[in-house]
Design a protein around this ligand. Sequence first.
Ligand SMILES: O=C(O)c1ccccc1NCC(=O)[C@H](O)[C@H](O)COP(=O)(O)O
Length: 204
Amino acid sequence: MKYNKIKICGLKRKKDIEIVNKYKPDYIGFVFAESPRQIDFTKAAELKSLLNKDILAVGVFVDADIQDIVNLTQSNTIDMIQLHGDEDEEYIKKLKEFEKNITIIKAIEVKNIEDSEKWNDSMIDYLLLDNGKGTGKSFNWNLIGNIKKPFFIAGGINVDNMEDIIKFKPFAIDISSGAEKNGVKDSEKIDLIMDKIHNINNSY
Ligand SMILES: O=C(O)c1ccccc1NCC(=O)[C@H](O)[C@H](O)COP(=O)(O)O
């Protein structure tokens, strides 16, 4: 059976953790890059200690210092890495050398078909196809190429377009703005999103 996973990104309050512990997405994201959703290392460690152990925490970085990423991994503040900047294969190789078991998601802004296909032979574990960085806007889904890596789809996803996205066979879908009301994560929206994914997964 195909099982579509969900990542809810940009958590920064205790209340957000209470919400995800209730609805249990597969992944949550802590954004360490500059953003209205930015969280510092100390707060992320505190929130991770409250997070249900079945939910994996993804650290979202933009061209960050590799040592910071390694420290956050070794302290178990994060379980996976999402690189959302201009990180190249050399950077990824270095990260894997520091931390052999690290799981890396490389986020890219999709502007043409080659954008996604050029990561097929990379050391990354997953690709994340996005419009930008938490923009709340979609990219042109017809530009999803012949991707060999399992991939997340992000960018402007919400409860109303989830079914359309699933047709492109992502490993997971990633939602941030679509799970917010007045700039913060919203319990009702996350409830609807999780309900929708359960219905989709049960329909196979
Ligand atoms: O969310 C941010 O503000 C952000 C800032 C800097 C780098 C990455 C960021 N977000 C990464 C994500 O994984 C978001 O979930 C993804 O871009 C989708 O966001 P949205 O379009 O708002 O659903």
